[in-house]
Design a protein around this ligand. Sequence first.
Ligand SMILES: [Zn+2]
Ligand SMILES: [Zn+2]
Length: 369
Amino acid sequence: MEVTAAVAKKAHAKFELESLTLDEPRADEVIVKISAVGICHSDLAARDGAIPIELPAVLGHEGSGYVERVGESVTKVQPGDRVVLTFNSCGECPNCTDDRQAYCHQFAPLNYGGVRPDGSAVLSSGTETVRGNFFGQSSFADYALANERNVVKVSGEVPLELLGPLGCGIQTGAGAIMNSFQAPPGSSVLIVGAGAVGLSAVLGAVVQNCANILVSEPHASRRERALKLGATQVIDPVDGPLPDQVRAALPAGVDFVLDTSGNADVLASVALCLAPRGLLGLVGVPADPEATLWVNVIHAMVLGLRVMGIVEGDSNPDEFIPRLIELYQAGRFPFDKLVKTFPFAAVNDAIHEQETGETVKAVLLNENA
Ligand SMILES: [Zn+2]
Ligand SMILES: [Zn+2]
């Protein structure tokens, strides 16, 4: 079918709206009419080469919309269902069968491969292949081809156009605190960076009833926003070394640190903010793919420190996304405060506002959705 998509053609260049051909759904695939799609840091990382996908490509991986058509073996959804799209996974490897699909052994080919696992293209322009299948969706478009595994059915009582970011950025931040850390009530957490993922982590820490929610962030407007969303204290990095500022508030250090910045200078000191038996979680994608975390071995050993990489907030999307929606409906997870909507055609303006920090989470709305 013919679709309209925002195509990434060159690193650091603007997206261009084009008409493309979307392939027919295979047996386990689903075509979704995209109502709205969030913009995530990984879309820009992929456009700019930090995530290896050939260009031209259609990116976008926080789509929400209505099921348009399904392949013959699909049982999870049917046409007309409201769905949130999320990351794809194989369903068969040891981690998928353990409901830990964020660490699917096939994660890279299924989410960044640009084509189906058998090498067939999902998008084309005339005779030219356009890379698609980004996070199993490529939802910077009016229609997207997903897999049964990466669509999550949602109820009709919540505004569908807000929900796409639950499929990546918001579940990543909130899930890191709620699933990966399982931060207990009364615990202390330092969140480094107050972009969409960091602020979602603040919301997750509030849900978990953490007693101390510290946020380190260089932009004053974002620190302000963190306080409004439930941070108990904010730190401006220019006021002194991060461990000193953390220990001025909590002399023993914090139980958990979540780094959403990927900033090498910051990462050099985050382990020094931890209390004994503290846990450091890494979700920030560094600009330099060779970035390395240095930890003093004796310090780590005698304090019993732990470090964990985190993908997608350890989410099992079919369970976690509906749980976040329930919390939102109960007034306990106001993620809508992070969202600003733009018309789909304003994709480049939306990216600009998100990159400058003016907007936390830009969501593109399709017309007639
Ligand atoms: Zn798997
Ligand atoms: Zn993402």
